[in-house]
Design a protein around this ligand. Structure first.
Ligand SMILES: N[C@@H](CCC(=O)N[C@@H](CS)C(=O)NCC(=O)O)C(=O)O
Length: 204
């Protein structure tokens, strides 16, 4: 298998944590990129959507989207599953995943504009709308995490990825995240302390 990845993407980190959890490192050729926004970046040749992560299966077919890639790799792995197979447990974990993942999706347009466009061209009204949504979503994330404690599953992995990414991009986002959501930061720090798969995949 082959994986296009960057070291800063929270979507990629989700997949990297699954790879480490199942010790699949030897089975995947890692293809690094510098910037997912660069139209010349080589991952564009394999993913028409222009996004990372993108995983090539051994049969040659490509998978796009971090959740799909994560579940595919989870099926390949021999360690405990990160995707409950059925019933309430499955839907609760996937609901948690989609809430955290939705914050990533609602944050990326803000970060990309702030990184790549001059300030005079920023769509600030839209940024404010997305930030309001994100803050409401983080408040709900905090409530929804209560039932999971420090369990490792695809939902809690995704939650750690988004919380740490906000800390990583704090300057660009212009928010003191730790002040607004101290419990989320505390929880994420605890998860990183317990699970090597998280501590070793933090954004750089
Ligand atoms: N839904 C996708 C989102 C992936 C994504 O947006 N990745 C970002 C990197 S953080 C990207 O490749 N962005 C390139 C662009 O928007 O041009 C997933 O779950 O993999």
């Amino acid at each position: 298998m082959k994986l296009w990845y960057s070291t800063t993407s929270p979507f990629v980190r989700k997949v990297l944590a699954v790879i480490q959890h199942h010790q699949l490192q030897d089975k995947i050729e890692m293809l690094p990129i510098q910037s997912s926004f660069d139209p010349q970046s080589p991952h564009n040749q394999d993913n028409p959507l222009g996004r990372v992560p993108a995983l090539q299966r051994n049969c040659g077919r490509w998978l796009f989207g971090s959740l799909l890639i994560a579940e595919y790799l989870d099926n390949k792995g021999k360690n405990t599953t990160l995707f409950p197979k059925e019933g309430k447990a499955r839907w609760n974990v996937l609901a948690l995943h989609n809430l955290a993942d939705g914050i990533m999706e609602n944050t990326l347009p803000i970060i990309s504009e702030k990184m790549l466009r001059p300030e005079t061209e920023w769509w600030t009204g839209r940024h404010q709308q997305l930030m309001d949504r994100n803050l409401r979503s983080f408040a709900q994330l905090e409530q929804n995490l209560a039932e999971f404690g420090t369990e490792l599953n695809i939902g809690t992995i995704c939650a750690v990825c988004v919380i740490d990414w906000w800390a990583f991009r704090a300057e660009k986002l212009g928010i003191d995240f730790g002040k607004s959501f101290p419990n989320l930061v505390k929880w994420s720090d605890e998860m990183n302390a317990i699970y090597k798969v998280l501590a070793e995949t933090t954004p750089k």
